[in-house]
Structures are given as structure tokens and as C-alpha cells.
Design a protein around this ligand. Structure first.
Ligand SMILES: Cc1ncc(COP(=O)(O)O)c(C=O)c1O
Length: 390
């Protein structure tokens, strides 16, 4: 399937960091700029912005099979995760103070892990569910942790570095039976897998527009009807008092614009999956000492994470960049850090293995020709780097 994005200056294989905006957004930008009013204004200038926001909310709600009022616009995934964890925990402390336990997985995005640590410093009993080297989350530990009163559980739908998918539906059911709230970070899921939030039966879920070909600066917090939480952004009455601050209309409308394309996600997932499988089988044929991370476990169809033995990931990345390929060693938010990925260390990888990692994340627009070009360059670069490092 073909899909048009704004082109960069090379071949882009880092869609888990951010996606290039859809070409169709050019006309959205021009249109929304005409309507610069404040969506909360009662006068003429606020009318169209209000309508544009309502349309975006309705389209997104239909896609996710939830009620429009269950969606709260935020500034992105980080804010939505902060709102969910802090908001649910503080509400639980008011409603049932005996529920002090907070449960997260070992491989959450820093916007969840670091927020959970803040809750711990505020008195929460923070517990971590381990994830194996193969990318499997330990459900027996989770079951055990639910035996003490839990305020909230936050487990991501799919991991940003390795692409591993966790059994959210099952975990949400277990959490609910134990009386705990359940939040899931779906930032890496939308645009890569079909998603029906109603069926998942979670209390809260996080999304971010710039991961599904929209603009940066807007995200979504799904908040199931009836769920109470304390907003962390206080001020005006926007979003029915659930998230104060004048809305980022342009980015919000860009998310709504993506809904039509997102309804074809099944076909995109299929083509990305075939391309990813081809890439992995070719890499293993052409380059020695490759370990694909947890390839037997359930993964996002676009993500390939691998350890390339004897090759420093940062050096590899810089060499590939010089050849025009955008890839990463792991999460974009921690790149440039000399420390190996906390996610990989938590999964039991050694430091030197974690420092030899490469993450490739494909998008709807990538082609076999691009992957073939990448394979040729990767093979040559790995040879060169190994020669220099030996
Ligand atoms: C799993 C996950 N959660 C949350 C975020 C944060 O989203 P945002 O960049 O919109 O703040 C990211 C971004 O990389 C992510 O991958």
C-alpha cells in the first residue's frame, strides 16, 4: 500500500521515535491557520475552531470505539501518562487510602517509570513486573502483586524499543478483579495494529499524534466514563475541567485528519510486517553475530530490535547517518546518553550487549527498495566498524 509523507533528506527507518507528517497535513495547516480564534471564545472567532476540535474528537472516538467525551486532548504522550499515573494515584489516596500500591512493568517509557518513582517518593508502594530477555512479561508475578490492595497498574500495550506486545486485555481483567485501576500506554500501538479500546476494557489509555503521522504537540488521554482522577493541569475549564490550557488546535486537527488512513491499519500492518520479516531474514543471512531481540514473542509488525555483536551501536548509528539512513539504538528520548538502555538492562541484557543494539522501525511509506539499500549499507558499515574495533 502506498502512503505519502513529507520527505526528509534520506531514508527514514525510525518511526518509533516519530513519524514523518502525512502529505495531506499541508492543506490542514493552511486551513487551520485561517481559524486562529480561541476554541473557548463565544464570539465569531471561536466558532470554527470549536467545530474543528469537535470533529477531530468525534472522528478519533469513532476510530477507537469510545464516546467522544471519554477523550481528553493533551500536549502528547508524556503529559497523558503523567496525568494518568498522578491523577489516578492521588484520587485513590482520597477514595481508598489503604490502596498504596502502584504496579508498572520493568520496560515502561520514562514518562511512566519516572512518574511512578515520583509517586514512590510520595509514599506509594511501587512494584515492578519483570520482563524477560525474550520480551515476555511475568504474569505470575503480576498475579502475586495484586494480592495486596493496588491503587493502579500501568503497563504499556507495546514497547517502544523492542516492539514487544503485552497481554493488556488479560491484565486489565486481573487488575479490575482486584479492584485496581488500569492504565495502558498505547503510544506505539496506534498506526501499527488495529485497536479497539472498548474491547480492551481499560480505565485509561495514552496516545500521541506524532507517532501516527500527525503533528507534534498533541496527544490523547482516554478516560473511561465514570473513572475519577485528579487532573494535573489546573486552570481554565477546557476539556470540561480535565485539562486546562488553550488547546493546540493545529495538532489536534492533524490527529483527526489521520483517522481515515488509520482505518486501513490492518493492510499497513501486513505490509510493514512482511517488510520487517524480509529485513530480518536478510540481515541474518548477510551479517554474522546478529541476535534479533525476542523474535519468537508477539511484536509490533514494524519494529526490529537486534544486537550486533562486537559493534558499538552509537558508532554504527553515526556511520549509517552519514550514509543517509535514520535509525536508532533505542528510545529517542535517551539517545546521546552514554548509559545503555534501561529497558534492555531490565530485560537481562549485559551492558556490552545493550550497547551493541540497533532499532529499526518501519513506517507505512517504506518500500522494499529502501530496505534493500539499507541492507547493502548496513553490511558494509558493520564490516568496517568491526575491522576498526578489532
Ligand atoms: C511508549 C511511549 N510512551 C510515551 C511516549 C511519549 O510521547 P510524547 O513524545 O508524545 O511525549 C513515547 C515517545 O517516544 C513512547 O514511545
Amino acid at each position: 500500500m502506498s502512503f505519502e509523507v513529507l520527505s526528509g533528506s534520506g531514508i527514514y527507518l525510525d518511526h518509533n521515535a516519530t513519524t514523518p507528517p502525512a502529505v495531506g497535513l499541508k492543506s490542514v495547516v493552511t486551513e487551520v491557520l485561517e481559524y486562529w480564534g480561541n476554541p473557548s471564545s463565544i464570539h465569531w472567532a471561536g466558532h470554527k475552531p470549536k467545530i474543528l476540535m469537535r470533529e477531530a474528537r468525534e472522528k478519533l472516538a469513532k476510530l477507537l470505539e469510545v464516546h467522544p467525551m471519554e477523550l481528553v486532548f493533551t500536549s502528547g504522550g508524556t503529559e497523558a501518562n503523567n496525568q494518568a499515573l498522578r491523577g489516578l494515584y492521588l484520587q485513590a489516596q482520597e477514595d481508598s487510602p489503604e490502596r498504596r500500591r502502584v504496579v508498572v512493568s520493568a520496560v515502561e517509557h520514562p514518562s511512566v517509570l519516572k512518574t511512578a518513582e515520583v509517586l514512590h517518593s510520595m509514599g506509594a508502594d511501587l512494584q515492578i513486573v519483570p520482563v524477560s530477555r525474550e520480551g515476555k512479561l511475568d504474569l505470575s508475578v503480576f498475579e502475586e502483586l495484586l494480592k495486596t490492595p493496588v491503587a493502579l497498574v500501568s503497563v504499556m500495550y507495546a514497547n517502544n524499543e523492542t516492539g514487544h506486545i503485552f497481554p493488556i486485555k488479560k491484565m486489565a481483567k486481573m487488575a479490575r478483579a482486584a479492584g485496581a485501576m488500569f492504565h495502558t500506554d498505547c503510544v506505539q500501538t496506534l498506526g501499527k495494529l488495529p485497536l479497539n479500546l472498548g474491547q480492551l476494557d481499560v480505565d485509561m489509555a495514552t496516545f500521541s499524534g506524532h507517532k501516527f503521522y500527525g503533528l507534534k504537540g498533541a496527544g490523547l488521554l482516554y478516560c473511561r466514563r465514570g473513572v475519577r482522577w485528579k487532573t494535573q493541569i489546573t486552570g481554565g475549564a477546557q476539556e470540561r475541567g480535565r485539562r486546562a490550557g488553550t488547546e493546540n488546535l493545529l495538532s489536534i486537527v492533524s490527529m483527526g485528519h489521520m483517522v481515515e488512513a488509520l482505518s486501513s491499519v490492518e493492510s499497513y500492518a501486513k505490509s510493514m510486517g512482511e517488510l520487517r520479516d524480509y529485513l530480518e531474514s536478510e540481515v541474518q543471512k548477510r551479517i554474522s553475530g546478529i541476535e534479533i531481540t525476542g523474535s519468537a514473542s508477539k511484536r509490533l509488525p514494524n519494529t526490529s530490535h537486534m544486537i550486533i555483536k562486537g559493534v558499538d551501536g552509537e558508532i554504527l548509528l553515526m556511520n549509517l547517518d552519514m550514509e543517509g539512513f535514520a535509525v536508532s539504538t533505542g528510545a529517542a528520548c535517551s539517545s546521546g546518553s552514554p548509559e545503555p538502555s534501561p529497558t534492555l538492562l531490565a530485560m537481562g541484557f549485559q551492558r556490552d550487549e545493550a550497547q551493541s543494539s540497533l532499532r529499526l522501525s518501519l513506517g507505512w511509506e517504506n518500500t522494499k527498495e529502501e530496505v534493500d539499500q539499507f541492507l547493502d549499507v548496513l553490511e558494509a558499515v558493520v564490516l568496517r566498524v568491526r575491522r576498526l574495533e578489532s
